[in-house]
Design a protein around this ligand. Structure first.
Ligand code: NAD
Length: 367
């Protein structure tokens, strides 16, 4: 085996991990490597002031290890603020496994990953994310108790998506109350982009309330399925952003509010489930504010899923989960009002409150 010698000049040019924008004061990053199972994973622990760092594991075929590192850092940081704003006693963490979930995921690999999680003694608690299933979490559970999102038959809280959708619906109603003076969504034009697990459940709430729902998705099959179930309209145009609508609900991918789309957006409210909707939190948040578009921060209104897994740790029953998720309505209104009073973006208002909660706890802990 040859080892390459890196000159000090080259070292200076390398992007240090601690200096990455997404590093943002992470407490700990764990690189997990196992030759026998082919496991290459990274666990990011951003902050544990409020409690153990809880966040799902994503398995993805990343183009590079740097991309995987960047993703886990960005996601774990997001979890810190999501749990803080929701009032949960949880810190922020996330894990990524590098590889194709369809072809490279095996029970042995999942168990080995579980052993790495276990070695952190509960500082990080995992759950499912993209590329993971409830069954995978059941496999992890065989080697560590530090896992949530396991099957209901094994004492877990089950599928989080309907709860996430309910929280998004609550956040959307609060944004409507703020913008239109009424939270009744009857006859409002709502575009739901992405009708997967969360999107479809959101469509159901909207249809029950009498909203005019238009759906878009890259899967024609899903579109037909959801249309036949709920009688909604399939979007027929080629530029959804330019359409006039009351509410735009991004429920597919992140970063759909970006340099290309922001000038075109005609919606009066943006409220959806996708994580990291603003490509650039500061810049795009500010432009939305200037355009008078009410943006319900994603990490605030899509917290139903984390409430659902938190319930597994705290032993909450379903009514308690629903009550906590319903409270997203009040928190959203509070944040929208706060942003207006202080003339700041809604994203900043939400981040400020989350940071304040963490700082207060830190002061209490150090007494
Ligand atoms: P999903 O994979 O079930 O659904 C995503 C849907 O979006 C699919 O139907 C897919 O075909 C569609 N899609 C993909 N690219 C698209 C595009 N360019 N335009 C339109 N549609 C497109 O995912 P999900 O569980 O419903 O989650 C949706 C979003 O919400 C994700 O961003 C996820 O990270 C976020 N989220 C989910 C939960 C949860 O509980 N599931 C919790 C918090 C946040």
């Amino acid at each position: 085996m040859t080892s390459e010698i890196i000159t000090s000049k080259e070292l200076k040019k390398m992007d240090p991990v601690f200096g990455q924008h997404s590093f943002d004061d992470h407490e700990q990053i764990v690189f997990c490597n196992d030759k026998d199972t082919g496991l290459k994973a990274i666990i990011g622990i951003h902050n544990t002031v409020l409690g153990p760092a809880l966040g799902g594991t994503r398995m993805w075929n990343y183009a590079s290890e740097w991309e995987a590192l960047n993703d886990v850092l960005r996601l774990s940081r997001g979890m810190t603020f999501k749990s803080a704003i929701t009032g949960l006693n949880l810190g922020g963490g996330k894990a990524v496994i590098i590889g194709d979930a369809k072809t490279q995921k095996t029970p042995k690999l999942m168990k080995r990953f579980g052993e790495f999680v276990h070695s952190l003694n509960g500082k990080y608690i995992t759950a499912e994310d993209v590329g993971m299933t409830t069954e995978d979490m059941d496999t992890v559970r065989e080697v560590t108790p530090y896992v949530t999102g396991i099957s209901e038959s094994k004492g877990g809280a089950g599928n989080p998506s309907p709860i996430t959708a309910y929280g998004v619906f609550m956040g959307m109603k609060a944004a409507a109350k703020f913008k239109f003076g009424s939270d009744i969504l009857e006859d409002r034009n709502v575009f739901v982009q992405g009708i997967g697990h969360v999107g479809e459940a959101l469509v159901e709430h909207l249809v029950n309330e009498g909203a005019n729902v238009t759906i878009s998705d890259i899967s024609q099959e899903r579109l037909e399925e959801v249309r036949s179930k709920f009688g909604v309209t399939i979007y027929g145009g080629d530029d959804l952003y330019s359409e006039r609508m009351d509410i735009y609900a991004p429920c597919a991918l992140g970063a759909t509010i970006n340099d290309e789309t922001i000038d075109k957006i005609q919606a009066r409210i943006i409220a959806g489930a996708a994580n990291n909707q603003l490509e650039d939190e500061k810049k795009h948040g500010r432009i939305l504010q200037e355009k008078g578009i009410v943006y319900a921060p994603d990490f605030l209104i899509n917290a139903g899923g984390i409430i659902n897994v938190y319930a597994e740790l705290e032993g909450y029953d379903k009514p308690e989960i629903m009550r906590k998720t319903e409270n997203i309505y009040n928190t959203t209104l509070e944040i929208l009002d706060n942003a207006k009073v202080n003339n700041i973006t809604t994203q900043t208002a939400a981040m400020n409150i989350a940071r304040e909660r963490i700082e207060t706890r830190k002061r209490e802990n150090s007494k």
